[in-house]
Design a protein around this ligand. Structure first.
Ligand SMILES: Cc1ncc(COP(=O)(O)O)c(C=O)c1O
Length: 332
């Protein structure tokens, strides 16, 4: 990436089953007493900036490309993490927040950071009991340093975590029966409503707004917030083709019905979650050089690749303005 070669111009800037596997964090920093209602004290950059990106692969089809820089919202609660987590931490109203993830989960890291920043106790349920015997990897070490208590569970229990009895067992074992539970990936109704704000910020600035999808919560909210007639386009980074039903279920839970115009294009997962190819890496490096934008590889690169491919296929009529939501920055 070479920021000096940036060609973007500014448009707007208004933007625990048995106890030995519980790893209580010793020596973690004392969280501030601010409480979740004070998310604003963290000074998020909201609305996030919307930048024009001159890109001939779009321009030659008469298409304008904008970058919605959600990666700039907050240095620690980046992108959709801010939008999904802060409404949940507020809903927790001071209770311990329990959530779930794999050993390298960005969602766990973000929840731990949010807990530290907002003075909310957090507990992460981690897939893989065998990990309890090993030194923490850097991602989990970061969670622990942020004050998150870690609970390692076997894979069967982890898979069944959404079943009421299993969940109750997990919470009982960690003495957190009155905890506030956020699902894996952070997509629930408060999160979807938080992402609705992303759509509202964009309003009618773009005809089509593209976002990378994992659980679909960000897309569900985005589509609901856009101005009438504007379309949200989800690019799933997982293989499977199951996301239509999930996005619809998330919208029904959050809003009572389907909301807004949205669709999915399943062609750009590059083999599935966390998979990449030399072609995708080369694409991302080139995009960084063209636009001075650090491109996160697991989500953002796939979404941008999909958008360029669609532009080159002529999928966007002449005169279309397309916005790409930059939901993350690469890890340092
Ligand atoms: C950087 C990034 N972009 C997009 C997404 C997709 O979000 P969702 O799970 O709401 O579809 C995620 C998942 O958390 C993410 O980390």
């Amino acid at each position: 990436m070479n920021p000096a070669r940036a060609r973007s111009g500014h448009v707007s800037d208004n933007g625990r089953m048995t106890s030995p596997d519980v790893q209580d964090t010793a020596g973690a920093p004392e969280p501030p007493a601010a409480g979740a209602a004070g998310a604003a004290v963290l000074r998020p950059r909201l609305p996030s900036p919307l930048l024009e990106a001159g890109d001939e692969r779009f321009a030659r089809h008469g298409v304008r490309l904008l970058l919605k820089r959600d990666d700039l919202i907050h240095p620690e609660l980046v992108g959709n993490k801010w939008r999904k987590l802060t409404p949940n931490l507020e809903a927790a109203a001071g209770r311990t927040v329990v959530t779930f993830g794999g050993a390298y989960s960005n969602h766990l890291r973000a929840t731990a950071a949010a807990g530290r920043l907002l003075g909310i106790p957090t507990l992460g349920v981690v897939r893989g009991q065998e990990l309890a015997e090993r030194p923490l990897n850097p991602s989990l070490a970061r969670c622990a340093a942020d004050g998150m208590r870690l609970r390692f569970v076997d894979r069967r229990t982890y898979r069944a975590k959404a079943e009421p009895e299993t969940l109750a067992g997990i919470l009982r074992a960690v003495d957190a029966e009155d905890a506030y539970v956020v699902p894996e990936g952070g997509s629930n109704s408060p999160a979807v409503r938080g992402c609705q704000e992303l759509g509202r910020e964009l309003g009618d600035a773009a005809d089509v707004v593209a976002v990378a999808c994992g659980t679909g919560g960000t897309l569900a909210g985005l589509a609901a917030g856009l101005a009438p007639g504007r379309r949200a386009l989800g690019i799933p980074v997982l293989k499977g083709g199951f996301l239509d039903a999930d996005v619809l279920a998330l919208q029904r839970a959050a809003f009572g019905a389907r909301r807004g115009l949205w669709s999915l294009d399943d062609r750009f997962h590059f083999g599935g979650y966390a998979r990449t190819t030399p072609e995708l890496d080369a694409f991302a490096e080139d995009f960084e050089d063209r636009h001075g934008l650090p491109v996160e590889r697991l989500y953002v690169a796939k979404m941008l690749y999909g958008l360029v491919a669609l532009a080159e296929e002529g999928a966007f009529p002449h005169g279309t303005t397309v916005a790409a939501v930059i939901t993350a920055a690469p890890l340092p």
